[in-house]
Design a protein around this ligand. Structure first.
Ligand code: GDP
Length: 478
C-alpha cells in the first residue's frame, strides 16, 4: 500500500473482487500481490533475495579467490525498544573484553570484537554496537552489506512487538540469518515459551519444535547463557563462506563518522576485504584521505586492520556518511579524481533534493495554514470555458479570507499546459483544472517539478477543498 500509494482498503477491495477475503494484517503471496499491483498499473519486478554467500562475493574480485582466508562474522543486534539491545551489547563486551584485557579500557568506535572459545579454539566475533535497526536500515538503503548474522532480541516479559516484526522483515529482506536471543529470562514474569509461540507466527520456528530457528534464552543482567549465544553465532556462520583476501588493498564500509574539533574528520571503517594500513590512500564516500592514525575498539593504536575488523581512522578530508563504501588506491591522482567525481554527484543529488523539497501541494499548504505559517494560497487555474473561469473566480472571492488570502496568479480557459505547470512550480502555487484536461507532457512535468495538479468537475468540491486548505483542515498527505 505504501509503495504504491494506494489505500489499504483499495487493495482489500481488489482482493475481494477476486474472491479473496483478506484482512489488513494478512500477508499476500507474491503471485497475488503481483496481480493486485499490476491491476493498479504498477509493474512488478521480482528480485531474488540475496543469499549470505553472494553477499560476500560482492566485496570479492575474481583475483581474490586464490587467496581466501576465513574472517570473523560481523553481527548486528536488532529488536524492539527496551528489549535489551544495549544491555546485551554491554554485557557481551564486558564479560569478554574487560576481564581479559590489561586495564580493560574500551572505546566506543561503533564496533567491537570479542574472543570466543568454540570447538576448542579461540575465534573472534565482531559486533556492530549501534543498536537498533535504524543504522542497519540506513546502511542497507545505501546498498551497504555489512552484517553476517542478526541477533534478534525479544524480551521474555514483553514478547513480539512492532519493531520485532520490522527487524525480522529487514533481516529476511537482506538475506541475513537470524539468531533469537530471548532476553530477560531472569525476570519472574518472563514467558519464553510465549515468545517462541509468537515468533512462530512470523515464520521463526524454534529447533526444538521442529523448525530451524536458533533461539537462546539469555539475561543481559545475570549474564546467563551469553556464552551459548556467542557459540551459536559461530555455529550458524560456520556454514557461510566468510572469506576475504587479506593480501590486497582494503575496501569496506563506513560504520560511523563525525567531525572532531581537535582531530578533524573521524570515521570508523569496517574492513571487508584486504588489509588497511597506516599511510594508505583512500576514498570514503566523496572524502579523500591518507590514513594518519588508526585506533581499535580497545583504544589501542594499530598499524593495520584485517577483514571484519573495525578501526577509527584519522586523516580524511571530509566526514563521510555511515554506509558509504571506502576503497584504498595505489595512486593518489586516481583517488583524487574519484573523490572529486563523487563530490560532484553528491552536489547534483542535493540540488535535486532541494528542488523537490519545495514541492507544494494543497495538503502541505493546509498543514502550513494550520500552523499559522501560510499567508497566501497561490492558485493557477485552467477551466473549460470563460464562463467557468469567472464563476470560480467570483466564488473564490467570497471565501472567508482571514489569516490566509487566496491569490489567483493566472486563470484562463483551456487545457493545462506545461507553461501552466512551470508557472505553478515557480510561484509555489497549486494548479487547478476545472472540466479540462492536461496537455501532453504536462503531467510528467508536474511530477518532475512536484506541482500538485487538482482536477475538478464540480465547483463546490473545488471550493470546499480550497476553503479547507485555507483553514488548515485538509487531511495531511500520507
Ligand atoms: P534497548 O532499548 O533494547 O537497548 O534496551 P536496554 O538495553 O536499554 O534495556 C531496557 C531496560 O531493560 C533497561 O532498564 C535494562 O536494565 C533492562 N534489561 C535489559 N536486559 C535485561 C535482562 O536481561 N533482565 C532484566 N531484568 N532487565 C533487563
Amino acid at each position: 500500500s505504501q509503495l504504491m500509494s494506494v489505500s489499504e482498503t483499495e487493495i482489500i477491495r481488489s482482493l475481494f473482487i477476486k474472491g479473496i477475503a483478506a484482512t489488513v494484517t494478512q500477508t499476500l503471496d507474491v503471485d497475488t500481490a503481483t496481480k493486485v499491483a499490476e491491476e493498479m498499473g504498477i509493474l512488478v519486478d521480482h528480485v531474488e533475495e540475496q543469499s549470505a554467500a553472494t553477499k560476500v562475493t560482492e566485496m570479492l574480485d575474481a583475483d581474490d579467490l586464490e587467496n581466501l582466508h576465513r574472517r570473523p562474522p560481523v553481527v548486528t543486534i536488532m529488536g524492539h525498544v527496551d528489549h535489551g539491545k544495549t544491555s546485551l551489547l554491554d554485557a557481551i563486551r564486558k564479560t569478554k573484553v574487560a576481564s581479559g584485557e590489561a586495564g580493560g579500557i574500551t572505546q566506543h568506535i561503533g564496533a567491537y570484537h570479542v574472543d570466543v572459545d568454540h570447538n576448542g579454539a579461540t575465534q573472534q566475533v565482531v559486533f556492530l554496537d549501534t543498536p537498533g535497526h535504524e543504522a542497519f536500515t540506513a546502511m542497507r538503503a545505501r546498498g551497504a552489506r555489512v552484517t553476517d548474522v542478526a541477533i534478534l532480541v525479544v524480551a521474555a516479559d514483553d514478547g513480539v512487538q512492532p519493531q520485532t516484526i520490522e527487524a525480522i522483515s529487514h533481516a529476511k529482506a537482506a538475506g541475513v540469518p537470524m539468531i533469537v536471543a530471548i532476553n530477560k529470562v531472569d525476570k519472574e514474569d518472563s514467558q519464553p515459551d510465549r515468545v517462541k509461540q509468537e515468533l512462530t507466527e512470523h515464520g521463526l520456528v524454534p529447533e526444538e519444535w521442529g523448525g530451524d530457528a536458533v533461539m537462546v534464552p539469555v539475561s543481559a543482567i545475570t549474564g546467563q547463557n551469553l556464552d551459548t549465544l556467542l557459540d551459536m553465532i559461530l555455529l550458524v556462520t560456520e556454514v557461510e563462506d566468510l572469506n576475504a583476501n587479506p593480501n590486497r588493498l582494503a575496501k569496506g564500509t563506513v560504520i560511523e563518522a563525525h567531525l572532531d574539533k581537535a582531530k578533524g574528520p573521524v570515521a570508523t571503517l569496517l574492513v571487508q576485504n584486504g588489509t588497511l594500513h597506516v599511510g594508505d590512500i583512500l576514498v570514503a564516500g566523496s572524502a579523500l584521505g591518507k590514513v594518519r592514525a588508526m585506533v581499535d575498539d580497545r583504544g589501542q593504536r594499530v598499524k593495520q586492520a584485517s577483514p571484519s575488523y573495525a578501526v577509527e581512522v584519522l586523516g580524511l578530508s571530509d566526514v563521510p556518511a555511515a554506509g558509504d563504501e571506502f576503497d584504498v588506491y595505489n595512486d593518489e591522482k586516481e583517488a583524487r579524481s574519484i573523490a572529486t567525481g563523487r563530490a560532484d554527484e553528491q552536489r547534483q543529488s542535493r540540488l535535486m533534493a532541494a528542488i523537490s523539497s519545495r514541492r507544494v501541494s494543497l495538503n502541505t499548504l493546509s498543514s502550513k495554514a494550520q500552523e499559522g505559517d501560510l499567508k497566501e494560497l497561490n492558485i493557477v487555474m485552467k477551466a473549460d470555458v470563460q464562463g467557468s473561469v469567472e464563476a470560480i473566480l467570483g466564488s473564490l472571492k467570497q471565501l472567508p479570507q482571514g489569516e490566509v488570502q487566496v491569490r489567483v496568479l493566472f486563470a484562463a480557459p483551456g487545457e493545462i499546459s506545461e507553461t501552466d505547470v512551470d508557472l505553478a512550480a515557480a510561484s509555489e502555487a497549486v494548479l487547478i483544472g476545472f472540466n479540462t484536461t492536461l496537455a501532453p507532457g504536462a503531467r510528467q512535468s508536474a511530477d518532475r517539478l512536484g506541482v500538485d495538479v487538482r482536477e475538478y468537475n464540480i465547483i463546490y468540491a473545488l471550493l470546499d477543498d480550497i476553503q479547507a486548505a485555507m483553514e488548515g483542515l485538509l487531511e495531511p498527505e500520507l
